[in-house]
Write a new protein. Structure first.
Length: 208
C-alpha cells in the first residue's frame, strides 16, 4: 500500500472526488491546498487576504506562501498522506522532496473540452468541500450537499473565463511535474474519464 500520494492532473480532473474516496476507504490524511486556501479566504485570515487576488484570477498563489503552509501541515501528519493540489510547480515539488519521499504520483488525464464542461457545471459545498456535477453527479436534493446539508455554490473560479486561465496555468506550471515524477519512477497515469466508480477501481489498483 502506498503511503504518500500526490494527486496530479488539471483542475476538474477528479482529484478531489477520487482523493475523498481513497481517504474514506483507506484512512489517508487528505491535504487539499485549494480547500485550505478557500477556507482562509472565507475566514478573512492573513493567508486568505494574501491568496484571494491570485485565486480569483486563476493564477497560482506564490510558492513561498504555499510551501510554508504545506510544510507545517505535512509535519503534523503521521506520514500516511494524500496531497491534492500540491505540488503545482517544480519548486514546490523540490521543497516537498526535502520533507518526504513520494511513493506515488497519480496523474488523472482528462482533455480540456471535458474539463470545461465539468468545471462550469460543478457545484461545491463551502462547509465539507464535497463536489457535485449538475448532470453526472447530482446531489439528492437540488442545491443541497448530501453529506452535510449546506447550500452548494458555484466557485467564482469555476466560471468560464477563469477556467481557461487555470487550464493555461496548469499547462505551463504544473504539467512539467508529469515528467518530473516519471523520471523518479513514481508516476502512474490513469484516464480520468468514465464513471466515478470505474475510475476509482483503477485508482485503487495504483495505490495498492
Ligand atoms: P484548486 O481547488 O486545487 O483548484 O485550487 C484553487 C486555487 O487555489 C488555484 O487556482 C490557485 O490559485 C490556488 N492554489 C491551490 N493549490 C495551489 C498550489 N499548490 N500552488 C499555488 N496555488 C495554489
Amino acid at each position: 500500500m502506498k503511503s504518500t500520494i500526490v494527486l496530479l492532473g488539471p483542475p476538474g480532473s477528479g482529484k478531489g472526488t477520487q482523493g475523498e474516496k481513497l481517504t474514506e476507504e483507506f484512512g489517508y490524511v487528505r491535504l487539499s491546498t485549494g480547500d485550505m486556501l478557500r477556507e482562509a479566504v472565507r475566514n478573512g485570515t492573513d493567508l486568505g487576504k494574501k491568496a484571494k487576488e491570485y485565486m480569483d484570477s486563476g493564477a497560482l498563489v506564490p510558492n513561498d506562501i504555499i510551501i510554508g503552509l504545506m510544510k507545517e501541515k505535512i509535519a503534523a501528519t503521521d506520514g500516511k498522506v494524500l496531497l491534492d493540489g500540491f505540488p503545482r510547480t517544480v519548486e514546490q515539488a523540490d521543497a516537498l522532496a526535502e520533507q518526504l519521499d513520494v511513493d506515488l504520483a497519480l496523474n488523472l488525464d482528462v482533455d480540456d473540452e471535458e474539463l470545461m464542461v465539468r468545471l462550469t457545471k460543478r457545484r461545491s459545498c463551502p462547509k465539507c468541500n464535497a463536489v457535485y456535477h449538475l448532470v453526472y453527479n447530482k446531489p439528492a436534493k437540488d442545491g443541497i450537499c448530501d453529506k452535510c446539508g449546506s447550500e452548494l455554490y458555484h466557485r467564482d473560479d469555476d466560471k468560464e473565463e477563469t477556467v481557461s486561465n487555470r487550464l493555461a496555468v496548469y499547462r505551463k506550471n504544473t504539467m512539467p511535474l508529469i515528467d518530473y515524477y516519471s523520471k523518479k519512477g513514481t508516476l502512474v497515469t490513469i484516464k480520468g474519464v468514465g464513471s466515478i466508480d470505474e475510475i476509482y477501481e483503477q485508482v485503487k489498483k495504483a495505490v495498492q
